[in-house]
Design a protein around this ligand. Sequence first.
Ligand SMILES: [Zn+2]
Length: 378
Amino acid sequence: MHTWVWILLPLAAPAPADVVEIGRETWERPWMPDLRQPGRQIPIPEGRRIDVAILGDGYLAGERARFEQDVKAWYDRFLQYTPWSRLRGAFRVRGLWTPSAGRATPEKRSHYGIPATPADVGEVDGAATRAAVFASLERLGVNPARQGRDLTRAAVVLLVLDERGRNPSGKCRTLASPDERTRVRAAFAAYTHHEFGHAYGGLRDEYILKAGSRAARRPPDRLSIATVSNIAYTTERRLLPWAHLAPGSPLNPDPASVIGVCWLGGVEEEGAWHSEGRCLMNGRHENWDLGRTRRGENLRDNDRFCFWCEEILVARTFAKAGLLGEGEDGEALWKRWEELRPSYQKAFDVAERIRAQNATDAKARLGEARIYVRPAEP
Ligand SMILES: [Zn+2]
């Protein structure tokens, strides 16, 4: 005779009707991958979980199903990127349904009042927009963790429907609450995963924004988790933050590789460099084509972050999860990351993936491009 024992688990409260939940089973008990024991997870406290609040502007009252689809599509896409696929347990992604009286246009009849035109999402930090965004964050109850005025474990993705019912060209901004006491990073409109790379990850654009512009920055003396950048302001190998990815390194022994060399541009054209020919953080604007004969080349890879962007995102997420130790000293946190780096490279199969990418790059003949230089040896 069998005895059935029913164990009653406390059920989580259902989400309020205006909250669109997605992937709850992934983030309900938040976790991070254990880099030292691949395949295992490390539980992290809820206070370390990162909230992604997906808000919708210009969705009409009858368009809730469309909003829910868009939230789901955002999350499905999120899970297709490395590193997000592997870090997914640390991200609570939720949408908030707020119907609008009209599309997002300069007449500002939409819920968040974003003055979008078909050309551009427009000025996204108006007083009404800021008030509505912070009301929504309160409604969702996002993680209140902060450093100074900045929320450190919450980011906003704002989907915008312009008069055509489409997402206009996007941007990333820091929004201040109406009382100016709290700030949150927000990704707006189209290319939300590129904009999310800015908003959450603090990554910079890898394209040339203005032809002939020159960077005034210098490479930092010491790296910090707060400021480490996907753009380098040197070509000297010993100063390159991604020297461990450069050709001839143990991780990337192929001398013909164009991963970890110095590709031209990073917002500015001169004196600013990024680490791979294509990346989700690249784009079009004033980019040269590979042969350096004409401008306007789209060098965005919609399907992947370059290896250096990926590592920055992983390091920042480990710091936010509290797995690099306590404290907010950015340089100390980066030192701890460098100790963990070999485990990350192993757990994330970085060497194998670099080999595969080298083969892809060789097929595309990226080595013949005239918009990169090899790191300068001392
Ligand atoms: Zn990149």
